[in-house]
Design a protein. Structure first.
Ligand code: AHR
Length: 503
């Protein structure tokens, strides 16, 4: 049995956590929109064609904000194609995914869907083939109350009130050679600056995110962030990060070491953003938006990414997630919470079918993938503030990261309810962990309200249409609290959440 210790002190907080950490992403790609969230004629479809089964699972997942409409799709998208009478909308070749886009679903439908599932919409503007002029026209269409051509156009389309979209992404992965209209850092930095400026002139209440690197392995990583922010620092609030976790060594232990790289990535981007601030002697702090993140390594071949013949919504990158993927997602969420002072927004990519926590069958059921569970449990139980933890745990040296402690944990406190919640990953695959948590400064007695684990003896176990709960939360068998000491036995290779409340 391994022993690990965690000390938490109520006086030492990292930050309030921003609910936008529990975001996801809906792109016009494969079956995310069509036969994902939207399928007119499906037995569960409402009058708009929105699948009620997917809407219910999205609410259960606890999603706060959803990014739309891409992704790579964004860089060739004309927002005008997706508004107005559906029968007059153009069919277009989508060069991002080599598909035919029918535009049956667009901006106003997405906003309606967001209102239905009670999430905040996050939009991107196309800085691949277009620029500041289309961006300022688009935000006028969406957010201006009325009395101008574009706001009246929205009203004539049936949406009388402004959509009031607050969070906007300035393009997508603009450093990537695969991107339509990819740019050098100086080119993008200038366009982002000018676009942000005019968008904010139309609506000063918005928040804007500039594109960081497509991933930490890009050759221009770090220099890109510095140069882009050097151009647009005064006009943006966020820099974006994207990361898709791979499993190159086909080893669960190495795979779970990826979580350490996410922490490093976040800390590096914070350092770069603050270095740009320093050159200006500016107290402004650019926040981080991890607006694409997930596990993605199985469905990554050319055949997964592209189907011949320009089909409509073909099945693309429909990754099926297993136990170890769920552990990694749970661990990554712990990292996000531990960086809640600078990461104020994060979008698991994507929501449904495309590398998503929800899977659907056209005309058939929807079900929860393994990664659904750690996300839903974290969104449900992490409220209020994230507290600092002092952890001591044995660890291992890996190829992915030099030092990987077996215990990866965070603690939140909701001052409104008095709930203190421990999230803990045991990365040891062979031994249970005896976890000893000292909860300092909370006063009085406490009780355990709920203790759940994600654990399966088979790291490759998956949920399917016919075995939907193969990997699902189960109670932690051994957990107790006595005064300020919480003790739990964590199964080998398990992700755990322990909710405590005043007695
Ligand atoms: O989420 C799938 C794709 O991955 C997105 O379109 C793109 O931004 C990223 O490369």
């Amino acid at each position: 049995m391994l022993s690990a210790r965690l000390i938490v002190d109520r006086d030492f907080a990292i930050s309030e956590l921003d609910r936008r950490l529990f975001g996801t992403f809906v792109e016009h790609m494969g079956r995310c929109v069509y036969t994902g969230i939207f399928e007119p004629g499906h037995p569960s479809a409402d009058e708009h064609g929105f699948r009620e089964d997917v809407a219910a699972l999205t609410r259960e997942l606890g999603v706060s904000i959803v990014r739309y409409p891409g992704g790579n799709f964004l860089s060739g998208y004309n927002w005008e194609d997706g508004v107005g009478p559906v029968d007059r909308r153009p069919r277009r070749l989508d060069l991002a995914w080599f598909s035919t886009e029918t535009n049956r679903f667009g901006t106003n439908e997405f906003v309606d869907w967001c209102r239905k599932v009670e999430v905040e919409p996050m939009f991107g503007v196309n800085l691949g083939t277009r620029g500041p002029d289309e961006a300022r026209r688009f935000i006028e269409y969406c957010n201006h109350p009325g009395g101008t051509e574009l706001s009246e156009l929205r009203r004539s389309h049936g949406w009388d009130k402004p959509h009031d979209i607050k969070f906007w992404c300035l393009g997508n992965e603009m450093d990537g050679p695969w991107q339509i209209g990819a740019k050098r850092a100086s080119e993008y930095g200038r366009v982002a600056h000018e676009t942000a400026k005019v968008m904010r002139w139309v609506d000063p209440s918005i928040e804007l995110a500039a594109c960081g690197s497509s991933n930490r392995d890009m050759a221009t990583y770090a220099r890109w962030e510095y140069e882009v922010l050097d151009h647009c620092f005064d006009h943006v609030d966020f820099i974006s990060l994207h990361t898709y976790f791979m499993n190159p060594h086909d080893s669960t232990e190495e795979f779970l070491g990826n979580i350490e790289l996410l922490d490093l990535f976040i800390k590096e981007v914070v350092a770069i953003a603050d270095a740009v601030a320093a050159t200006r002697r500016s107290p402004k702090r650019i926040m981080l938006s991890l607006d694409e993140w997930n596990v993605w390594y199985k469905a990554r071949t050319h055949a997964h990414l592209r189907k011949p013949g320009w089909p409509e919504h073909p099945p693309l990158i429909e990754e099926v997630y297993n136990t170890e993927d769920a552990l990694l997602v749970g661990g990554a969420l712990i990292t996000l919470l531990n960086n809640a002072d600078r990461v104020k927004c994060a979008c698991m990519a994507q929501l449904v079918n495309i590398i998503g926590p929800i899977m659907t069958e056209p005309g058939g059921p929807a079900w929860r993938q393994t990664i659904f569970h750690p996300f839903a449990l974290t969104a449900r139980h992490a409220h209020g503030r994230v507290l600092r933890t002092l952890a001591s745990s044995p660890g291992y040296a890996g190829k992915t990261a030099p030092e990987i402690p077996y215990l990866h944990a965070c603690v939140t406190e909701d001052e409104a309810t008095g709930r203190v919640v421990v999230f803990a990953l045991n990365r040891h695959l062979g031994e249970p962990m005896d976890l000893d948590v000292l909860l300092r400064g909370f006063g009085g007695g406490r009780r355990i309200l709920e203790a759940s684990q994600i654990h399966h003896p088979n790291m490759k176990a998956v949920n399917t249409k016919d075995a939907r709960d193969e990997v699902a939360p189960a109670p932690i068998r051994s957990v107790a609290i006595d005064g300020d000491r919480l003790r739990a036995t964590l199964m080998p290779g398990s992700w755990n959440v322990i909710v405590t409340a005043p007695a």
